[in-house]
Ligand binder design. Structure first.
Ligand SMILES: NC(=O)c1ccc[n+]([C@@H]2O[C@H](COP(=O)([O-])OP(=O)(O)OC[C@H]3O[C@@H](n4cnc5c(N)ncnc54)[C@H](OP(=O)(O)O)[C@@H]3O)[C@@H](O)[C@H]2O)c1
Length: 220
């Protein structure tokens, strides 16, 4: 298991290097991966309610599908459970400390998490990993290109932000009474973390108002 995970952009002189000045690597860079966060947030930074999404936004789902087909998607156990199925034609990597028994799953925590089985032969079985190092390794081993799409939820976004090179954010009009929030993906927070807004498109929401589709990129 890889031990050293300092994000490249967070390194200052000497950090992330061993005593001999030799890069130990770790994180997505070690595997040549580009981490992209995909999220939809309401005006209060809300992303979810009772384990699901409070809004139904077909245009966002279509964009997400187009952006992730044939790629690796990384998601948290709660989001995976909430979806109740795997996204078709994508390789799912699910983070859970209750990983498979073979990976040292801790039964005292209430049992091993078993992800849903794929419904199509073209969809690989999900891989459950117990930490971010495991996620990057599984993403690389899936052999589906350098782009790794992080699909949430809040706990996973918060962890992935340190590594992310891109954030694709759908700004959903309104405040939806969410119980799960991701303040780190609000515009001010992204700017403070070194991201720049490089693209923005607007599209009418079915209930009125404008959904803004934003792409933020972080320089090295
Ligand atoms: N609006 C959006 O774009 C969007 C996208 C995705 C999800 N959501 C919503 O967000 C909500 C779920 O978010 P959430 O924050 O509650 O849960 P989550 O991030 O989906 O999953 C959290 C779980 O993932 C596992 N995990 C997270 N980080 C880990 C790490 N570093 N190592 C090992 N395991 C790790 C843990 O599972 P164990 O407890 O099994 O150890 C943790 O309890 C739902 O309402 C969902 O619908 C919204």
């Amino acid at each position: 298991m890889i031990q050293h995970t300092t994000p490249a952009h967070a390194r200052t002189r000497g950090e992330g290097l061993d005593g001999a000045g030799c890069e130990l690597g770790g994180g997505p860079d070690r595997w040549g991966l580009r981490v992209v966060i995909h999220a939809a947030l309401d005006e209060a930074g809300g992303i979810g309610l009772r384990g699901g999404l409070p809004w139904h936004l077909p245009s966002d789902l279509a964009r997400l599908r187009a952006a992730t087909l044939g790629r690796v998607v990384v998601l948290g156990r709660s989001t995976c459970e909430g979806m109740g199925r795997l996204l078709e034609d994508r390789a799912s990597v699910v983070l859970s400390r209750r990983g498979g028994l073979g990976e040292g799953g801790d039964l005292s925590k209430g049992g091993v998490f078993v992800p849903p089985a794929p419904r199509k032969p073209s969809t690989p079985a999900a891989v459950v990993v117990q930490d971010w190092d495991g996620a990057w390794e599984a993403a690389a081993r899936a052999g589906m290109g350098e782009r790794v799409c992080v699909l949430g939820g809040a706990v996973v976004y918060a962890g992935a932000l340190a590594w992310a090179r891109e954030v694709c954010a759908a700004r959903v009009p309104g405040v939806w009474g969410c119980d799960t929030f991701c303040p780190g993906l609000m515009p001010d927070a992204l700017e403070a973390a070194g991201f720049a807004l490089v693209e923005m498109e607007g599209e009418s929401a079915p209930w009125g108002g404008l959904v803004r589709y934003e792409r933020w990129v972080r320089g090295r």
